[in-house]
Design a protein around this ligand. Sequence first.
Ligand code: SF4
Length: 277
Amino acid sequence: MMITRARAMGFCFGVKNTVKLADELVSNISGPVYSLGEIVHNKALVEEYSNKGLKVILQDFEVKKGKLLIRAHGVRPEVEESFRNKGFEIVDGTCPIVKQNQIAASKAKWPILLFCKKGHDEAVGIMGYANHPCTPIETEDDVNEVVTGEYTVIVQTTFSDEKLSIFTKKLEEKGCVLHFSGSGICYASRDRRTSLMSLCNNVDMVIVVGDENSANSKTLFLLASSLAKCAYMISGSDEVTKEMARFEKVGITAGASVPESVVKSVEERLLELSIDV
Ligand code: SF4
């Protein structure tokens, strides 16, 4: 078996930054340390940090005040404020690129259209910063409902390029004036998709390593499913099967929250099983 990795895959800059902050928190524990939600969507990593003392909380009920890590997707400002008011020390791991979108929402000059996945944590956080009415746009139906006018447009960092151009064209065709603001689609996220696209042409099968609840991993899997001859999505080496090991040329990519150690163990398991096939 020959395994080829996508040129860009795994931890992005924003996730690396949050994990670095988590490392600093657990290496210097002098009181309770928490992360608001899982630091990344990866079970193995969340468990590793939980064993080191970083407890995942979703709200401030019944926990002693301590240091609170905000993860890369960011949160609504009032959530941060409520923890601060209760005496928590905030360690802000919001990705600087996501931060640009939050700032853009807080300084918008017109009603905001947020191209995003509705309900995604990053989108929810950005909407919390909006200083004008903010409408999430995820589908063409959402686009059809937009009333002609002048808008600030903010694009979630992991949004699809294809949808971005279709939505923009449709809105402009119906006479909307769009003022793009914020970061736009993040380079890391776009680069992972284009790397995967070229990988799909050169292999018999693609494995996307990522958790079920990771939006960017799911996007990579959808892309691989549409371009590769065969594609699987697994969260770790225990999900590698003999069926996967029968392919000669295998491509691998990983979501932005997947540590290198998990990718390595998947590769090792594939090679191990391929010997018996
Ligand atoms: S995908 Fe981009 S915006 Fe999102 S956390 Fe990573 S670097 Fe930041």
